[in-house]
Design a protein around this ligand. Structure first.
Ligand code: MTE
Length: 314
């Protein structure tokens, strides 16, 4: 099927936004089908390929942010600590060839190529709310497949209580790693139940295209009920673990960033409130909006935490 003739969920939810996107992509030389390296003033963009996708479950009906918002306002400290640094500094990064090492409590450990990892899956468009701990949010049309479907293929055993993820460590290719702003490589973790939850996505794309480098090419996590820092980018290792893994932000500032990191308007960050959020792209004078428990996904995920004190386990 010609993927550019398909109607995607964000086109239905937000035609005017889609038109804005097309205009932006055309201006950037990235209109559907072009897919080639394009030139914005002073900056050559890496090519992003169109993907064949189907509408996935759980999509929000809120209007997605623009391609520009999603690809130029990022945290990806491997390419610098400023919000536009990843967009500026990641364009020359080559996300292929890519392989992922799978280890730990499972029957099928090994090294798997990107193509082995992604090959078996139908790629779904899922429009998710995305809430950062810095109190801003976006709505992002991700492309991916359920992480749990991938993990089951490695046949975790009954000692696999957690899953640990690691980002590539390569200071030659990731210049931000030449500075000790975090302990490298970036690491993250989930309980096995969180990792297997159908909302948890292994993302390979955004807006129907392969992930731009700054968004975590070629493979990154998206866990929509958690703060954005759980969404580890450019994953090269997956380990099934018995014990709760260390995570990068918890190691950097344990009183500020916990393992669970569920979006929770009732638990303040020690230095600011988490009760409200600023929607990127809404304009400088737009009012902040109330943050929802579990980022609005309580119905799907609250049961994962029954009996857990979410003030202590932040
Ligand atoms: N993954 C790696 N490897 N390095 C990072 O610095 N930043 C995290 C997360 N994943 C980060 C990372 C943070 S703090 C956020 S908010 C999201 O990526 C933001 O990126 P996105 O807008 O592309 O999702």
């Amino acid at each position: 099927m010609n993927s550019s003739s398909k109607i995607r969920s964000w086109e239905i939810t937000s035609e005017s936004n889609y038109l804005n996107r097309r205009q932006f992509l055309q201006a950037a030389g990235l209109a559907a089908g072009a897919g080639a390296a394009a030139a914005l003033p002073g900056r050559a963009l890496a090519a992003v390929r169109e993907l064949d996708t189907v509408p996935g479950p759980y999509s929000t009906d809120e209007a997605p942010n623009s391609w520009e918002d999603i690809t130029t306002y990022n945290n990806f400290y491997e390419f610098g600590t400023g919000k536009e640094d990843p967009y500026r500094n990641a364009q020359d990064f080559q996300p292929r060839p890519w392989s992922v090492k799978v280890s730990g409590e499972c029957e099928k450990p090994g090294n798997y190529d990107y193509e082995d990892i992604v090959g078996p899956y139908t790629l779904e468009d899922r429009v998710y709310r995305h809430r950062c701990v810095e109190a801003w949010s976006m709505v992002v049309p991700w492309v991916g497949f359920p992480l749990g479907d991938l993990l089951k293929r490695f046949e975790p055993n009954s000692d696999a209580k957690y899953v640990r993820f690691k980002t590539l460590y390569d200071p030659q290719r990731m210049p931000g790693q030449r500075r000790a702003v975090l302990r490298w490589p970036y690491v993250e973790g989930l309980t096995i139940a969180e990792a297997m939850h159908p909302l948890t996505l292994m993302a390979v794309g955004v807006y129907g295209k392969e992930l731009p480098n700054q968004n975590g090419a070629p493979l990154r996590l998206v866990i929509p009920w958690k703060y954005g820092f759980k969404g580890i980018k450019s994953i090269v290792e997956i380990e099934f673990a018995r014990r709760q893994p260390d995570t990068s932000w918890e190691m950097a500032a344990p009183h500020e960033y916990g393992f669970y990191a569920n979006v929770n308007p009732e638990v303040d960050h020690p230095r600011w409130s988490q009760a409200r959020e600023r929607r990127i792209g809404a304009g400088l004078f737009a009012e902040k909006q109330a943050t929802l428990m579990f980022n609005g996904y309580a119905e799907q995920v609250a049961s994962l935490y029954s009996g857990l004190d979410l003030r202590k386990n932040y």
